[in-house]
Design a protein around this ligand. Sequence first.
Ligand code: RB5
Length: 149
Amino acid sequence: MKIALGSDHGGLRLKKEIIKHLEKKGIEFKDFGTYSEDSCDYPDFAEKVAVEVAAKNFEFGILVCGTGIGISIAANKVPGIRAALCSDTFSAHATREHNDANILALGERIVGPGLALDIVDAFLNAKFEGDRHTKRINKISEIEKKYKK
Ligand code: RB5
């Protein structure tokens, strides 16, 4: 499993905790920035990670900003991306099982590091259930196609 990571300055500290966690678990990853606490714009990092995940160069992405909201909204603009903002472990596994989410978004100002790492594990360990959910995922893709300029 290969994970693409990204954050803005508001998510940098939590991203560093996630990096340590993935290293401990031996999970391969690449950090697409930001790398410093200087103020930056979350859409830049959302796009870098989303493009890599959509191209299937990475199985999943994890994006962090202050709230997780801006970075998830931006990532979801890339066709093929289903980024889910999660603040609890139930949503984290349910979004893999039902929505086949390919990016997990987290808010550093919303969840503490302990819960955030449990959310990461819940997301990465869950499997898409297919079946009736496939039809719904396909409908999301149809909406994407319908409004594509
Ligand atoms: C940055 O100050 C903050 O706006 C950003 O990290 C995020 O919370 C936006 O949704």
